[in-house]
Design a binder for this molecule. Structure first.
Ligand code: SF4
Length: 461
């Protein structure tokens, strides 16, 4: 029996397809042999997952390989070096080369910077000296929570900065088996009023499972906002419309809203096509009917959305659906970064040109923003001074709250695509320069009052 569904009832049921179904997908959609081989090799290193909805409703198979949705979910030539691809092909063809193949795959992954921005070293809170699994605390108000059952997605994005979580390496995963560690951490950190439930994609969980992670948060008065980071509206809108527990999840959202919390669905849309289907529009309408807010964000990615017209259409579609355009991010320095990178100068042009087309209500969007080690750095523009051109930058968010909102300058570089490729101007204030220089300053435990908090957590155990 074919794994790919042909009858509509079967297609309506969520099933994930990966490298094992590649030949069937390729046969059905006429994927040329060379592209099939590339997908096979690159997906040994980078995660590959897709589903029926993405295959049949989002990808334009007449336009592959350039189709943006195809680029978004299928591994591509150029994501690894040609030498990597040759080595993978050689080892994969050798029946006795399994161990060597595994070592090669590990080696290539290790070179792809699996944890950018010090996520692993700097953001994981501790209790009695031991890391609390599945938590990150970078900004004073916000704790990120990674429920272990929500660490996959309905489909994987080839550019995902959390790709390391999906390749089965437990060393690289953040995952909390249950919310007990989160709850005791939040009890000790009442300033952390905002919990971002993220993954992977928490919306891959059944409603009952999601409930087991969300409802305990409602017992904490200090938690005022619960955010859910998800790409499910783009990749599997059935989650809110036709899945067996679609109505249940909406009732759960209503319960969170009725408790007086803000519930924000942080919807990840990469391309306006993801908002064009009837299912996606119905999903957004049903989510909004619960009282939840929908904020939209995505990175700017070469070959997927590096065009002002694409962003303009996407932000307008979001506004039309009653959602709030929120962030345009700069792609992070991880995974197949060279393949997707867009220089900051170009990113700023794309943002500005798209922003200029928007009605006022869609001008809620911020960007382009780098989510870097010291915080979120916005590229506000390019200015000309007697000494030459400069990037006008701003700390849109920071580990150290004293830095938030402060502007600074870096020398213009037409090719620079990330913060560490920029040369700061001599006028940059010392505290900002220190924070940008490296993680040492950000390790200061006083920033979140962590010493007192750690003692408080310790005393409860
Ligand atoms: S949906 Fe989000 S977490 Fe999942 S692969 Fe895409 S970017 Fe990564």
């Amino acid at each position: 029996m074919s794994l790919l569904a042909t009858d509509p009832a079967e297609a309506a049921r969520f099933r994930a397809f990966g490298p094992r179904q590649l030949d069937e997908i390729a046969d059905r959609h006429g994927l040329p042999a060379d592209i099939r081989e590339t997908v096979r090799l690159v997906s040994m290193v980078l995660p590959f997952r897709v589903n029926e909805y993405v295959l049949s409703q989002l990808i334009d198979w007449d336009r592959i390989p350039d189709d943006p949705m195809f680029q978004l979910v299928f591994p591509q030539k150029g994501m690894l070096t040609e030498q990597n691809e040759r080595d993978l092909a050689t080892h994969a063809a050798d029946p006795s080369g399994k161990v060597a193949l595994r070592a090669l795959v590990q080696q290539i992954r290790g070179r792809l910077n699996p944890h950018p921005s010090g996520q692993k070293e700097l953001n994981v809170p501790t209790r009695d000296g031991a890391e609390i699994p599945g938590l990150q605390h970078k900004y004073r108000e916000t704790v990120l929570y990674f429920p272990s059952q929500g660490q996959t997605c309905h489909s994987y994005c080839t550019y995902c900065f959390r790709w390391a979580q999906f390749v089965g390496d437990t060393e690289l995963r953040f995952a909390a088996p249950d919310p007990r560690g989160l709850i005791s951490y939040l009890e000790a950190h009442p300033d952390a009023c905002d919990v971002l439930v993220t993954g992977g994609d928490p919306m891959v969980m059944s409603t009952e499972r999601l409930r087991s992670h969300l409802e305990p948060l409602l017992s904490l008065e200090s938690v005022r906002t619960i955010r859910i980071g998800t790409k499910s509206v783009a990749y599997w809108p059935q989650r809110y419309v036709t899945d067996p527990d679609a109505d249940d999840v909406l009732r759960l959202f209503e319960k969170v809203v009725a408790s007086g919390r803000n519930l924000a669905v942080m919807a990840h849309f990469s391309h306006p096509r993801e908002l064009e289907t009837d299912l996606a529009r119905r999903a957004l309408a049903r989510i909004r009917d619960t009282g939840a807010l929908v904020y939209c964000q995505a990175p700017l990615i070469a070959k997927v959305n590096d065009d002002p017209d694409v962003w303009s259409r996407m932000w307008r579609a979001e506004l039309a659906a009653g959602a709030v355009p929120y962030y345009m991010f700069v792609e992070r320095d991880t995974g197949p970064y060279d393949y997707f990178r867009v220089p900051l100068a170009r990113a700023q042009e794309i943002y500005r040109d798209a922003y200029a087309t928007l009605p006022g209500l869609a001008r809620t969007v911020r960007g382009p923003v780098m989510s870097a080690t010291p915080g979120k750095v916005a590229v506000d523009g390019v200015i000309e001074k007697a000494e030459g051109l400069f990037f006008q930058l701003r700390m849109a968010q920071a580990r150290d709250p004293k830095l938030v909102g402060r502007p600074f300058l870096a020398h213009y570089d037409a090719d620079a695509a990330w913060l560490d490729e920029l040369r700061l101007d001599h006028s940059v204030p010392a505290d900002i320069a220190r924070a940008l220089a490296g993680p040492a300053a950000a390790r200061e435990p006083e920033l979140f009052g962590n010493r007192a908090a750690a003692a408080a957590v310790g005393s409860q155990s």
